[in-house]
Design a protein around this ligand. Structure first.
Ligand SMILES: Nc1nc2c(ncn2[C@@H]2O[C@H](COP(=O)(O)OP(=O)(O)OP(=O)(O)O)[C@@H](O)[C@H]2O)c(=O)[nH]1
Ligand SMILES: [Mg+2]
Length: 295
């Protein structure tokens, strides 16, 4: 019988390149929210793929940025931790991108002692000659990396990358029970689903000033009852979230509920309300309460 393989495979890269899309494609579940806006992912989220003789623990991470406020510092700590325990690094870039905006991180990738798979994503948007140029460019930039063009969205070359990962993994017993899919509790996915709708429907600074806290999660035989608070930083933002006669908030609630019914495969009742929590994203104590800064 083959020996068992297991390890941590951590996905890092600039914001919005498709890291979360790829992790969901590997896992086959929507564990990470995806939007067209940068800084969608705020936490390190595990997605576990189990087989008889392997366990791959993927980590989705926030896109690499230069942090400006406390929340973003915590997001970059999540990226740092992903460098520390990786057995394989997946460094994702998108077609046309030049390099990581943060040189320190970029140097870490270039000088990595563990295998790096450099994934050029979104090749569905590109032409062959451009892709060839990109492959050459990245070969020079990160000579130690193995380059794979992919489309996370269209599931192109994802299976091949997965097979390479399995080949590179060390022999090890499983780290998690074989029926476990993630490290996050149910409430986390409620928070994230609501935040995804807020990223989708509100402009400019609003989504970045929002945090969700699911205060109640009661599962009955037929229905799950949830109540969540949408926190904003200022009174004016509260009005915008609620909208005219509550219409904007209602849209968020309806869309989130539909997604949650799919996710939990059960009927959902979702109650939302909005609260001002002044400058929460600069307040270390508040951030800890919401699951950030847990180093
Ligand atoms: N055309 C195309 N679009 C893609 C592909 N992969 C992801 N996208 C889109 O790119 C956008 C960002 O995707 P995400 O998966 O949220 O990117 P991310 O790297 O996790 O972003 P952050 O969490 O903000 O760092 C979304 O609109 C995706 O639908 C791809 O292979 N092709
Ligand atoms: Mg993401």
């Amino acid at each position: 019988m083959e020996k068992h393989k297991a390890g941590f495979v951590n996905i890092i890269g600039n914001p919005n390149v498709g890291k979360s899309t790829l992790m969901n494609a590997f896992v086959g579940e929507k564990l990470s929210i995806i939007t067209s806006k940068a800084q969608t992912t705020r936490h390190r989220i595990l997605g576990i793929v189990n087989g008889d003789d392997f366990q791959v623990i993927f980590s989705d991470t926030p896109g690499i940025i230069k942090p400006a406020y406390e929340l973003q510092h915590s997001m970059m700590d999540a990226v740092k931790s992903a460098f520390e325990d990786a057995d394989v690094l997946l460094y994702m870039v998108e077609i046309g991108e030049k390099a990581l905006k943060d040189e320190k991180f970029f140097d870490k990738i270039k000088n990595s002692s563990i295998p790096v798979l450099l994934l050029i994503n979104k090749i569905d948007t590109s032409e062959q000659h451009i892709l060839e140029e990109q492959v050459q460019y990245w070969q020079k930039q990160v000579p130690g990396a193995e380059i794979h063009p992919i489309s996370a969205l269209e599931n192109f070359n994802v299976k091949e990358v997965f097979e390479r990962i399995i080949a590179l993994l060390p022999e090890a017993p499983p780290y998690f029970p074989k029926d476990q899919l993630t490290d996050r509790p149910e409430r986390f996915f409620v928070n994230e689903t609501i935040r995804e709708k807020i990223l989708k429907h509100y402009k400019k600074e609003i989504p970045y000033a929002v945090e969700i806290d699911t205060e109640e999660f009661f599962e009955d035989e037929k229905i799950i009852r949830m109540r969540a608070v949408i926190m904003v930083e200022r009174e004016t933002q509260k009005g915008i979230i609620i909208g005219h006669k509550g219409s904007a908030l209602k849209r968020v609630g309806v869309e989130a509920r539909k997604d949650l019914e799919k996710f939990f495969d059960k009927q959902v009742h979702l109650e939302l309300y909005v609260k001002v929590n002044k400058n929460w994203r600069s307040n270390p104590r508040q951030l800890r309460r919401f699951g950030y800064n847990q180093k």
